[in-house]
Each structure stands twice: as structure tokens, then as C-alpha cells.
Design a protein around this ligand. Structure first.
Ligand code: BGC
Length: 405
């Protein structure tokens, strides 16, 4: 790839300040529209029916984490000093040449049997005379009416298994657990962002936890309705925000994805898609017949170890990701302040998890810098980012205990 080509591509990934400001205003409108009626907003804005933990939740539970790359089942004890993992089993959803439980030809029974067998393995040899509660961190957009179960709205992360969209996910899991003869009762289901919120609130109960921002982009937050209604945790499907302009590479990636047109912002921000954008740019720059494979991790590595041209492109991809993520975060923070009739965003901790935030070089600096263009310096100074590592398991266990009470 030539340097001059890389520089031209990098300019395509530049997001001017004015576009970010417009994006922030529009994102806030989408939030408000979604709060009035989720179906009219590309952000969904779904209530989650979970109470914030007091930090005193105790007990043994099963935590199941079903993300886009791996599934993990753990037997855990919630104790005064936090979470103790008694046993844990993790397995990728796709293994080249061996299996793949995410495709169009996978049956839903195959997918849920795969998850149930992980739970069975995590429990092997332990006493299950009494059914253990299970919390399920399910990192996809869902509609909930209580904490116990959730209907999948639409798959994201390139999962294409038919027969699950529109269905109650924990009911499908409970059927599979029965087939597997595992004495476990799913008592809660939650988005990974909500898991981050619960894990952070469990560790520092009573802290005014602000927007919780997982995996570099999606978020959930405590909607206060300006005190006119009881507060409620809301999940924003940030990745499905559909109004931000796409460039030629975004369009090509979207067209070739499992769901063209859907999850447009996720395709511009999240780690797995940053890898794919890199692949398409390298193919173009080097005139390759086939698309080379780059992962999100490759993109972080190329920032320091790539050729001069690769470094330019990798930095531009990460920078755009950070700026768009910060734009949505600023919108959520401003929305909350407005709802409470506050002129200024209150100082608050933001609990964050996810590979983009944890590993991409320069991401935190670029997020802060972008926040400074969208918020006042005092507001930005009051925000602290804390990395909430392995929150999926902790949050699932807390939710399992909350759901079994
Ligand atoms: C899902 C969100 C999830 C996010 C981060 C998106 O694909 O739709 O529900 O929070 O990924 O894992």
C-alpha cells in the first residue's frame, strides 16, 4: 500500500467537528423518540427491568456469557469480597474446520444445546440437588418485559441462526438445559452493557454511576425522567443508529454483511468491523484479488508495527471509532442532564468494558479530546473512565441472584 493512497483513505475516515455536533443533536432526538416509542427510533431504547445492586447480594450462581466470538459458562460465588469463580469453561462459537454454531444452516437447537453443554461442563462434579439460578449475559438487542427473559429483536455481530429472532431466549435455553439434564434455572437475562452497570454498582454501591459504555460503543444508563417517574435502566442499541454518513468502504462492508443496512454505527466502531475495514482497504491499496483477513487485534498491532501506510490507515480507523463513540456518549450525558433540568453534566464515573476501549492505542485520548469539543471543559474534567473488566460474568451472577429473590 502506498503512503499517498493511505493518506487519501485516512481523509475519508476524518469526521469534522461540525458533523459530530450535528450527530450528537440527532442522536439525542433519536433517544427521545425511542423513549416515547422504541419502534420509531433506530436506537430502540428498551427498558431493562433490573434493580441496581446494593452490594450485599450473595449466593452461588451460574453465569453464562454469550457474546459474538466466545461463549463462557462459570460457576461463581458472590461473596463480600466480590466474585469468586469456582469453575469456568469457555469455547469459541466458530472453530475453522471443526464447527460453527452461528450460520444460516445452524438450527436453534444446535446453538442452545452448545450453550447448555458448556453449562453442564462448568457444573460437572458439583452439587446440583437444588436448582442453581443462571444469569445470561446476551449481547444482542432484545425487548424485555421482566428480568427473567427477553425476546431477541434482531441478531447482530454476523450471527445468522434462524428461528431465534422474535423468540424468548431464556425459554430456548431452559429447553436445552432440560435436554442436557442440567438442574439450572435461568432467572435473569441482560445485555452486556447492563452487566457492566451492575458490576460497577456492586463494587461501589450508592455511587452515581453515569452512562455505562461497553465494548467501545453500546451503552445503558439510568433514565431518571426528571423525577416524574421511578428511575429505570435503559439499553440503547447504539450500534443500530442509522443516520451517520457512510463512505465507500463502509458501504462495501455493509453490503457484504449478514444484515445489510442494519447496525450501521456498529460497523463503523466495533473491533471486529475495524479489522474488516482494514482488510478492504489493504485489498484496494495493494490491488489484491482476494480480501486479506485482518482482525481488530491486527489493527491495534499495525498502529506501531505496520508499514508507514498501514500505520496511517490503522490510526484513522481507530480515531474515527473513538470520535463516533464519544459523540454518542456525549449525547447520552447531555440527555440525562437535560432530563434532570441540570444546566451542566454532573461529575460522574463511567464504567466501560470491551476490547476497543481496553486495547486500541490512542482510543482514550481521542475520546477525551472529542468530548472536549462537544462538552464544556469543566464537564469533561468531571468524567472518569473506569475499565470494568470481566463484567459479563459478574453482572450475570448479580442478575441471577437478583432474579431468584
Ligand atoms: C449488540 C448490543 C451489544 C453490543 C456490544 C451489539 O452487536 O446489538 O446489544 O451491547 O453489540 O456487545
Amino acid at each position: 500500500m502506498k503512503k499517498i493512497f493511505a493518506e487519501r483513505v485516512a481523509r475519508m475516515f476524518d469526521v469534522p467537528d461540525a458533523q459530530l455536533r450535528e450527530g450528537m443533536t440527532d442522536f439525542m432526538k433519536e433517544m427521545e423518540r425511542g423513549l416515547r416509542d422504541p419502534k420509531t427510533s433506530t436506537l430502540y431504547m428498551e427498558p431493562c427491568y433490573v434493580a441496581l445492586p446494593t452490594g450485599k447480594e450473595r449466593g452461588r450462581a451460574v453465569a453464562l456469557d454469550f457474546g459474538g466470538t466466545n461463549a463462557r459458562a462459570s460457576l461463581v460465588d458472590l461473596a463480600a469480597d466480590g466474585l469468586r469463580v469456582v469453575r469456568q469453561v469457555a469455547r469459541p462459537l466458530r472453530k475453522a474446520g471443526a464447527y460453527d454454531v452461528t450460520t444460516r444452516t445452524t438450527t436453534r437447537e444446535e446453538l442452545f444445546d452448545f450453550l447448555a453443554s458448556l453449562v453442564a461442563e462448568a457444573l460437572a462434579g458439583s452439587d446440583t440437588a437444588q436448582a442453581l439460578p443462571l444469569g445470561h449475559t446476551f449481547s444482542y438487542g432484545t425487548h424485555q418485559e421482566d428480568l427473567h427473559d427477553a425476546r431477541l429483536i434482531v441478531w447482530s455481530k454476523e450471527i445468522a441462526v434462524p428461528g431465534v429472532e422474535g423468540e424468548l431466549v431464556n425459554a430456548l435455553l431452559a429447553d436445552a438445559l432440560r435436554r442436557e439434564h442440567v438442574n439450572v434455572k435461568p432467572t435473569a437475562i441482560l445485555n452486556d452493557t447492563v452487566a457492566v452497570l451492575l458490576a460497577a454498582a456492586f463494587r461501589s454501591p450508592g455511587t452515581a454511576i453515569g452512562t455505562i459504555y461497553a465494548t467501545g460503543f453500546n451503552s445503558c444508563y439510568l433514565e431518571t425522567f426528571g423525577g416524574k417517574q421511578p428511575p429505570m435502566v435503559y439499553n440503547i442499541e447504539t450500534g443500530s443508529y442509522g443516520h451517520f454518513p457512510q463512505n465507500d468502504y463502509d458501504r462495501a462492508l455493509d453490503a457484504a454483511s449478514a444484515k445489510p443496512g442494519a447496525q450501521r454505527l456498529e460497523k463503523q466502531i466495533s473491533g471486529r468491523y475495524l479489522g474488516e475495514l482494514m482488510s478492504r482497504i489493504v485489498q484496494d491499496g495493494d490491488g489484491l484479488g482476494e480480501i486479506p483477513v485482518f482482525t481488530g487485534e491486527d489493527v491495534s498491532r499495525l498502529v506501531a508495527e505496520g508499514s508507514e501506510a498501514e500505520q496511517i490507515v490503522a490510526r484513522a480507523l481507530i480515531r474515527r471509532s473513538a470520535r463516533l463513540a464519544a459523540m454518542t456518549l456525549a449525547a447520552v450525558l447531555r440527555h440525562r442532564a437535560d432530563a434532570d433540568g441540570e444546566a451542566r453534566i454532573a461529575p460522574q464515573p463511567l464504567a466501560i468494558d470491551g476490547s476497543v476501549f481496553e486495547h486500541m492505542p490512542g482510543i482514550k485520548e481521542a475520546m477525551r479530546e472529542t468530548l472536549s469539543t462537544l462538552l464544556s471543559p469543566e464537564e469533561v474534567d468531571g468524567l472518569t473512565f473506569t475499565l470494568e473488566k470481566d463484567a459479563s460474568g459478574t453482572g450475570a451472577a448479580i442478575a441471577a441472584v437478583l432474579g431468584s429473590n
